[in-house]
Design a protein around this ligand. Structure first.
Ligand code: 13P
Length: 252
C-alpha cells in the first residue's frame, strides 16, 4: 500500500524566523499523527535552519527546485548534492510556476528529475494542464507530454518518485478540481506508469493532487483511489490548515 504524502509548497513566503515558528508548530501538532508522510518545501534561504529544527522529526524537507549539474559556472543555481548537504531529502521539480515564469521546459524538467534522483534525493515531478488546454480537450495529451520526463526510470526509484498532478487553473484560484476530475487524470497517470515504466512502478509511485487543496475539500479528494496525498500551496502557510489537510489524507 502507498503511504499518502502531503507536502507544503511555501513558494516565495517566509523569512527564517517565520519558517521556524511554523515548523515548530507542525512538529508538535503532527507528532502523534500516523499513517501519512509529511514534508515542507521552504524557500532556499530557510532550508538549512528548517532541516535543523526538524532533525528529530519525521517531517521531510524539500526544495522547490534544483539544478542538474553538481558544480561549475552556473551563477544562481543550486545543486542536488548541496540540497542534501543542508538536510533536504526531496526536491519539487517542474512546478507550473517555473514553466510559466522561469522558462522551465520538458527537457529541463527531465534533466532536473534525473539529477535529483541520481543524487539520492526524492523527486516530486509536477504535471498539469492550463485552462485553455483543458477547454481544448487536450488534458491527457499535455499530461502525457509532461510525464515524458520520467521515461526510462526504474523500480529502484519507486519510493522516491512522486508525481504531483496540478491543474494550472486550480492553483491559487480557489477553484479546485472536483474529486472526479482529479481522479480521472490520476487514473490516466497510473495507467501511463504501468504502460511505460511497468506494473511495479504503477503500484508504488505516489500521485499527489495539487491546486486549492483546503481543509474543507481535502478529505473527499484524498478518498479517491489514485490520489495519494497533496501538494499544498496557500493552505500550507498556516499550521492549523496544513495539519487538518495532513489528517484528512490518512487512510480511513
Ligand atoms: P494552492 O494550494 O495555493 O492552489 O497552490 C497549489 C500549488 O501550486 C502547490 O504546488
Amino acid at each position: 500500500m502507498r503511504t499518502p504524502f502531503v507536502v507544503g509548497n511555501w513558494k516565495l513566503h517566509k523569512h527564517v524566523a517565520d519558517a521556524l515558528a511554523l515548523v515548530t508548530e507542525l512538529k508538535n501538532q503532527l507528532a502523534a499523527v500516523k499513517g501519512v508522510a509529511v514534508g515542507v518545501a521552504p524557500p532556499f534561504t530557510a532550508l538549512y535552519p528548517v532541516a535543523k529544527r526538524l532533525e528529530d522529526s519525521p517531517i521531510a524537507v524539500a526544495s522547490q527546485d534544483c539544478y542538474w549539474e553538481e558544480k561549475g559556472a552556473f551563477t544562481g543555481e543550486v545543486a542536488p548534492g548541496m540540497l542534501k548537504d543542508v538536510g533536504c531529502t526531496w526536491a519539487i521539480i517542474g512546478h507550473s510556476e517555473r514553466r510559466q515564469f522561469f522558462g522551465e521546459t520538458d527537457d529541463t524538467v527531465a534533466k532536473k528529475a534525473r539529477a535529483a534522483l541520481a543524487a539520492g534525493l526524492g523527486a516530486i515531478v509536477c504535471v498539469g494542464e492550463t485552462l485553455a488546454q483543458r477547454d481544448a480537450g487536450t488534458t491527457t495529451a499535455v499530461v502525457e507530454t509532461h510525464l515524458g520526463a520520467l521515461r526510462g526510470l526504474g523500480v529502484e526509484v519507486a519510493d522516491r518518485l512522486v508525481i504531483a498532478y496540478e491543474p494550472v487553473w486550480a492553483i491559487g484560484t480557489g477553484r479546485t478540481a472536483t474529486p472526479g476530475q482529479a481522479q480521472e487524470v490520476h487514473a490516466f497517470i497510473r495507467g501511463w506508469l504501468g504502460k511505460e515504466l511497468g506494473p511495479a512502478m504503477a503500484a508504488a509511485v505516489r500521485i499527489q493532487y495539487g491546486g486549492s487543496v483546503k481543509p474543507d475539500n481535502a478529505a473527499e479528494l484524498m478518498r479517491q483511489p489514485d490520489i495519494d496525498g497533496a501538494l499544498v500551496g496557500g493552505a500550507s502557510l498556516q499550521a492549523a490548515d496544513f495539519v487538518a489537510i495532513c489528517k484528512a489524507a490518512r487512510p480511513s
